[in-house]
Design a protein around this ligand. Structure first.
Ligand SMILES: [Mg+2]
Length: 384
């Protein structure tokens, strides 16, 4: 039985955090707990949880440790604690796979598909910003594209504002054509009052789904919104526990759930949510994992889950200093992309060898991430 003996944390630009966990048998497992900008707080949470529950324990007892981490602190859930649990859980799965010399997907029941379709986020706080990028990624073989499509919008806004959102998406649709899935992220910026009007305006453009059509704190209004529009609705990057997804799925109104492997309880959490989604005939589209360890973790769950739609692929992600996150932080070439599909790393554990030297070096530079503050014309805070 391998026992957890120690751990180390690395914060690197732009806003990534890596957890290295070691056992008495010399095995090393990696986790990537956040991409959400709260790395310094999550780091402190991981230190507390590792010291309280994990160090000195059986490295293979993943579910038991997950239950301890979740319920043991008495106050549970939320983005900070769940990000911390996510990183620890990924590292435990990496260790267990290496211990048994199996890729993680084999520990989850094996592959439910040969390869995993990927989507590409093309940015753009308005879709028009992103038409050139959209043309490039479709040319490269991507068959599902996602763009932001609403910037600042008032709680009640004008027909011109709604038309501008639809016009931007129309330009994007004209660029990618009708053979590509085009998903729209409203980023929780639209009010409950405006969401039906925005969704109605997008209907003629047949988006694959509209993501965060309302702020996730108002997700209990999703069934009402879904009755008013034909567009599929997606949400979940800011929903943090399997039980919260269970409540959302039972209420209905959501077509695609988007938990993040770095914020919803790691591989254990994503696996539970994927099973819950399938039980409600709802698709799973794991949300963007920011760096290579989380991306690998997400691929392993996605390929094993019953109803995965596609997985967001961030292989070209840069760190804010122009340095690539994926190629530079890993050794070898664990990630492949061909004809719209990602290959699954099939080495033991997560199948990713972290370039520890590069990681140590980058951890010496200030991650430097600051959240932007958006304001409306009257000076009040707008949802970013
Ligand atoms: Mg989003």
């Amino acid at each position: 039985m391998p026992t957890i003996t120690g751990y180390e944390l690395f914060a690197v630009p732009p806003r990534l955090l890596y957890l290295r966990v070691e056992t008495d048998e010399g095995l090393v497992g990696w986790g990537e707990p956040t991409g959400g900008g709260h790395s310094s707080i999550v780091r402190t949470a991981i230190e507390a949880l590792m010291e309280n529950f994990v160090v000195g324990e059986d490295a293979l007892a993943i579910e038991d440790l997950w239950q301890q981490l979740y319920y043991g602190g008495f106050f549970h859930g939320g983005p900070i604690l769940m990000s911390a649990i996510s990183g620890i859980d990924q590292a435990l799965y990496d260790l267990k796979g290496k211990h048994y010399d199996l890729p993680v997907y084999e520990l989850l029941g094996g592959k439910a598909r040969d390869r995993l379709r990927v989507s590409q986020f093309i940015g753009g706080d308005q879709a028009l910003d992103a038409t050139d990028i959209a043309a490039d990624v479709v040319e490269a073989g991507v068959t599902a594209v996602k763009a932001n499509a609403a910037s600042r919008i008032r709680s009640i806004d004008t027909p011109a504002k709604v038309a501008a959102i639809a016009d931007d998406l129309a330009a994007l649709r004209a660029t990618v054509g009708d053979d590509v899935d085009l998903a729209v992220d409203l980023h929780g910026r639209v009010s409950r009052s405006m969401a039906p009007r925005v969704c109605e305006a997008l209907e003629p453009l047949d988006p694959a789904f509209v993501e965060e059509p309302i702020h996730p704190e108002y997700n209990d209004y999703l069934p009402e919104l879904r009755r008013q529009t034909s567009v599929p609705l997606a949400t979940g990057e800011r929903v943090y526990t399997p039980n919260a997804f269970r409540r959302m799925l039972e209420r209905g109104g959501v077509d695609v759930v988007q938990p993040s492997v770095s914020r919803a309880g790691g591989i254990t959490g994503l696996d539970k949510i994927g099973q819950l989604a399938a039980a409600h005939d709802t698709s799973l589209a794991p949300h963007s994992p920011t760096g290579p360890v989380a991306y690998a973790a997400s691929l392993h769950v996605g390929v094993a889950a019953p109803q995965t739609l596609f997985q967001q692929q961030p292989l070209d992600a840069l760190d804010g200093h122009g340095r690539n996150i994926f190629d530079d932080l890993t050794l070898g070439d664990p990630f492949t992309f061909d004809d719209g599909f990602a290959g699954i790393p099939d080495g033991p554990g997560l199948g990713v060898e972290v370039d520890e030297g590069e990681l140590r070096e980058r951890s010496q530079t200030d991650a430097g991430f600051r959240f932007p503050v958006w304001r409306h014309e009257d000076g009040s805070v707008a949802r970013w």
